[in-house]
Design a protein around this ligand. Structure first.
Ligand code: GLU
Length: 437
C-alpha cells in the first residue's frame, strides 16, 4: 500500500493556493522568479520524505541559510565566543535593519542581516574563501548533495547589496566584524545564493530536528546543544517582524528566505519545507505561511501541544511467580519502562518504583530494553531511585543491555544485580524470556 501522506499534502496545497503578494522586488533575479511555484516537503527524523507540488525546483536559499551558518559558528567559536558578537533577542525590526544592542553594539540576533553577516565571519577558515567553502560544505552535507551557487542570483544581489555593505561597514567600525567587511558581504551573498529544492530543505531541517544528525546519511553534523540554541532562536526570531504572530499561530521553530522558502523544525519529529516565491510585506512567503498555519492546526504540530509522555513511561508492571528456592525471592516484580525518558517520564517511573513496599519474597526487575532515549535527568533520577530501593532492602536487578543507566554512578557497594543473581538457577533460561511475561 502507498502512504496516504502525499495525497494529504496535495490537498493542503489546494487549500493554500490563493495568490497574494509578489516575488522579492529588491533583487532583480528573484523578482523574475515564477510566482506560481508551490510545493511542500516533509522529512521525518528517520529520513522518510513526503512531498507534493514543486519540490524539485531549485531556488535561492537566502535567509534560511542563516540558521545553519549560526549553527556552524556556534560549533566553531562556542556559545560564549558567538555571544560576544551576536545576541539572541528578537529585534521586531525588518530583516535589513541595523538592529544593534545600544550597550554592546552586537546585532540583536543571527537571523537578521546584520547578525547573519557577522556569524558568517565567525565560521572557521583562514581566508574568506575558506570560510565560505566550509559553509557550502556543511550545508551540502545537511542536504545530502553538493549545493551549487546560482550565479545569476549572486551577481544580481551583489548589484543591489548596498544596504548590506553599509551594515558590514558599521559592524566593522564597532569591531563586531573583523577582517574585510566587503569580503564578508560578498561571501555572505554567495551563501544566500546557494540553490536548494524544498526536498533539500526538508532533509536539512530534519537534521536540526534530529539533534544535529542527518537522517539519511546518519552523519552527526552538529551537536545536540547547538541544535537547541539554533531552534530557540528560530522560534523567537526566525520570521522577522512577524515572529510573534508566527509563534502563536504556528508554534514551530522556523526560518524564511526571500527566495520563497520557509523551513520549520519540530524537534524530535520532522523537518518541513515550503516553497512559493510570492512574499507578503515582511518578506515571508505568503502561501508558505498559509501552509504552515494549516498544517500546524490540522496536524497538531504546535510545539506547545505536547503529548504527555509520563503516563506511558511504565509500559508494564507484572509480578511473576518463581519456583521457590532458598535464598531467592519467590516472585519477581518486573517494571518495564519505554520511550524517551525525560524529566516527567522519569518522575513517573521513579514514583511508581518508590511506592513498592520491600518484601522478602519479591525482587524488583527494572527492564529498560524499550527505552529509546534517556535524558540526563532521567539517568540521574532513576539511578538514585535504584540506589534508594536497594538501601531500603529491595533486591533489584536491571535489564539494561544498552547501558542507558550509568552503573558507576550508583553506590558501589549496593549496585543492582544482574537478573541471573536474582533468579534461582534454571528458573528462567535467559533475560530475553522476560519479554514473554
Ligand atoms: N540575501 C538576502 C539579503 O541579504 C537575504 C534576505 C532574506 O532572505 O530575508 O537581503
Amino acid at each position: 500500500m502507498k502512504s496516504p501522506l502525499p495525497e494529504y499534502l496535495k490537498h493542503v496545497l489546494t487549500q493554500c493556493k490563493q495568490d497574494s503578494g509578489q516575488t522579492a522586488q529588491y533583487i532583480p533575479e528573484l523578482a523574475s522568479a515564477n510566482p506560481d511555484h508551490l510545493g511542500v516537503a516533509l522529512c521525518t527524523i528517520d529520513g522518510d520524505m513526503y512531498a507534493a507540488g514543486d519540490t524539485e525546483v531549485e531556488f535561492a536559499i537566502e535567509s534560511i541559510s542563516k540558521a545553519f551558518v549560526y549553527a556552524i559558528a556556534l560549533e566553531d567559536r562556542g556559545f560564549d565566543g558567538v555571544a560576544k558578537k551576536v545576541g539572541v533577542e528578537p529585534s521586531g525590526d525588518p530583516f535589513n535593519q541595523l538592529s544593534l544592542d545600544p550597550k554592546t553594539g552586537r546585532p540583536d540576533n543571527p537571523l537578521i542581516n546584520a547578525g547573519a553577516i557577522t556569524t558568517h565571519t565567525l565560521v572557521n577558515g583562514k581566508t574568506p574563501q575558506d570560510r565560505y567553502d566550509r559553509v557550502a560544505d556543511v550545508l551540502s552535507r545537511c542536504a545530502g548533495r553538493k549545493l551549487r551557487v546560482m550565479e545569476d542570483v549572486y551577481s544580481s544581489e551583489m548589484k543591489t547589496a548596498d544596504r548590506n555593505r553599509a551594515l558590514a561597514y558599521m559592524l566593522h567600525m564597532t569591531g563586531i566584524i573583523e577582517g574585510d567587511p566587503m569580503a564578508a558581504v560578498e561571501y555572505y551573498t554567495r551563501q544566500c545564493s546557494l540553490a536548494v529544492t524544498a526536498k533539500d530543505l526538508a532533509v536539512m531541517t530534519a537534521t536540526l530536528a534530529n539533534r544535529g544528525r542527518q537522517p539519511v546519511t546518519k552523519e552527526q553534523i552538529f551537536s545536540p546543544d547547538v541544535m537547541v540554541r539554533v531552534q530557540s532562536v528560530m522560534l523567537t526570531c526566525g520570521m522577522y517582524d512577524y515572529a510573534g504572530d508566527w509563534v502563536t499561530a504556528v508554534g514551530i521553530p522556523s526560518k524564511s528566505g526571500v527566495g520563497g522558502g520557509i523551513i520549520g523544525s519540530l524537534p524530535g519529529q520532522v523537518g518541513i519545507a515550503t516553497f512559493s516565491p510570492q512574499l507578503e510585506e515582511h518578506g515571508n512567503s505568503y502561501r508558505g505561511i498559509k501552509i504552515f498555519e494549516h498544517m500546524s492546526d490540522k496536524m497538531g504540530l504546535h510545539l506547545l501541544k505536547v503529548v504527555p509522555p509520563s503516563q506511558s513511561a511504565v509500559r508494564r508492571d507484572k509480578t511473576v511467580k518463581l519456583p521457590s528456592r532458598p535464598g531467592h525471592p519467590a516472585n519477581l516484580r518486573v517494571v518495564a519502562v519505554q520511550g524517551a525518558v525525560n524529566f516527567v517520564a522519569a518522575e513517573h517511573v521513579s514514583r511508581h518504583l518508590v511506592s513498592i513496599q520491600p518484601k522478602d519474597d519479591v525482587g524488583i526487575v527494572l527492564d529498560l530494553r524499550a527505552v529509546t532515549m534517556m535524558y540526563d535527568v532521567g539517568k540521574m533520577l532513576l539511578a538514585d531511585t535504584v540506589e534508594g530501593l536497594i538501601a531500603d532492602g529491595h533486591k533489584v536487578a536491571l535489564i539494561d543491555p544498552d547501558g542507558v543507566l550509568p552503573k558507576d554512578k550508583m553506590g558501589a557497594a549496593d549496585r543492582p544485580g544482574t537478573l541471573k543473581e536474582l533468579l534461582p538457577q534454571g528458573a528462567v533460561a535467559g533475560e530475553n524470556q522476560l519479554g514473554e511475561f
